[in-house]
Design a protein around this ligand. Structure first.
Ligand code: NAD
Ligand code: GLY
Length: 360
């Protein structure tokens, strides 16, 4: 097992990464302060991993809640079922919520923990690659609104993150690829050496090689933990973690939540961001081709779906990074270095969208 720390003063917490961690109940129990616990999961993950968690927590005042699976259920309505369960089972302020699942369960359970009785403890047990390398770390929690992705939420850090690589053996190939998109992101935004490592090992990740996955998760979380420690609430540099996400959120919102996976939309978005970075003359055509080839090797989409420029621009205008009415995007100053800029000509944006097949 490898352990990393997210350094946030008295809210610092460990990330445990390794194979078979769900079989080590003390990892979980050491971070539960009170006597009550509610495990939140979904109807896909529950048959796979709930029993082992239930056994680990059998000496506590234990509740569990199994939600419907899917991004379309990351809603205020489904969130409300978590509050219902907490109140029905008389959970008090010292309760701990345990999120067992992917990013949807993690984000929703985290937000329930942030808001129930003005904030209770929670633990992340991410079971998708995407959630192990990204969503379980850093304390962003929330739900979608029909008009915008992740628009209702809060910053609320977990007590710990337990990333068991063995859970990834049951993950569908498409979901594994979606997680690899976020792994590639770290190489592009802040770790050129890791990007080169990925060029060597991307197929090992697709083949679910446990050692290589653990290394990729460690390096991704290490990069993320450093960014989060320096800018927890995204006043500045944390926004680089959103490379490709502004385009990606537009794709997810326009296509209907759940049709394009988050990581797939981010992949197509990262290539659009790379193309715009080339327009700015920060990176070259060979760099754009390298990103495209890496995404293709990871079995990720490299072209946006059938959408119009107006759809992209209108959804991107309500992005959380919009400041004083001006769109801000994360682009690549060079391979391995991201910058956040609002200095974007609308015509350049339209040009790269049209060049990528978006209707004018
Ligand atoms: P997900 O939670 O929908 O999980 C993907 C699918 O895999 C689901 O069907 C799930 O039930 C299934 N699954 C989970 N673990 C499994 C396992 N071990 N074996 C088999 N199936 C399993 O999607 P995701 O990609 O994990 O997360 C995407 C969500 O994360 C989005 O809502 C996105 O907005 C959010 N996100 C949040 C942050 C953040 O910082 N909070 C960062 C990135 C993404
Ligand atoms: N996934 C972006 C962030 O955590 O800030």
């Amino acid at each position: 097992m490898q352990t990393l720390s997210v350094d946030l003063g008295d809210r610092s917490y460990p990330i445990y990464i390794g194979e078979g961690l769900l079989s080590q109940p003390e990892l979980l129990l050491n971070h539960i302060a009170g006597g009550q616990v509610l495990v939140v999961t979904n109807d896909t993950v529950a048959p796979l991993y709930l029993e082992i968690i239930r056994e680990s927590l059998s000496d506590l005042d234990y509740s569990e809640l199994i939600l419907p699976d899917g991004e379309q259920h990351k809603s205020l309505e489904v969130l409300s079922a978590i509050y219902d369960k907490l109140l029905q089972d008389k959970h008090n302020r010292t309760t701990t919520l345990v999120a067992l699942g992917g990013g949807v369960i993690g984000d929703m359970t985290g937000y329930a923990a942030a808001s129930y009785q003005r904030g209770v403890n929670f633990i992340q047990i991410p079971t998708t690659l995407l959630s192990q390398v990204d969503s379980s770390v850093g304390g962003k929690t929330g739900v979608n609104h029909p008009l915008g992705k992740n628009m209702i939420g809060a910053f609320h850090q977990p007590q710990c993150v337990i990333a068991d690589t063995q859970t990834l053996t049951t993950l569908p190939q498409r979901e594994l690829s979606a997680g690899i998109a976020e792994v590639i992101k770290y190489g592009l935004i802040c770790d050129a050496e890791f990007y080169q490592w990925l060029e060597q090992h991307i197929e090992d990740l697709l083949a679910c090689d446990q050692t290589k996955l653990a290394e990729a998760i460690y390096r991704s979380c290490d990069n993320k933990a450093k960014v989060v420690a320096s800018d927890e609430r995204e006043a500045g540099v944390r926004a680089i973690l959103n490379l490709g996400h502004t385009f990606g959120h537009a794709i997810e919102t326009a296509q209907g939540y759940g049709n394009w996976l988050h990581g797939e939309a981010v992949a197509a978005g990262m290539l659009l961001a790379a193309r715009l970075s080339e327009k700015m003359q920060w990176i070259g055509a060979a760099d754009v081709e390298s990103v495209r080839s890496m995404l293709l090797r990871a079995k990720l989409p490299v072209a946006p779906p059938a959408m119009t420029c107006e759809q992209f621009l209108s959804i991107m205008a309500v992005d959380k990074k919009v400041l004083d009415g001006r769109l801000r995007l994360v682009l690549l100053k060079q391979m391995g270095e991201a910058i956040i800029t609002s200095d974007i000509a609308e015509q350049d944006l339209r040009d790269i969208l049209v060049e990528a097949g978006v209707a004018p």
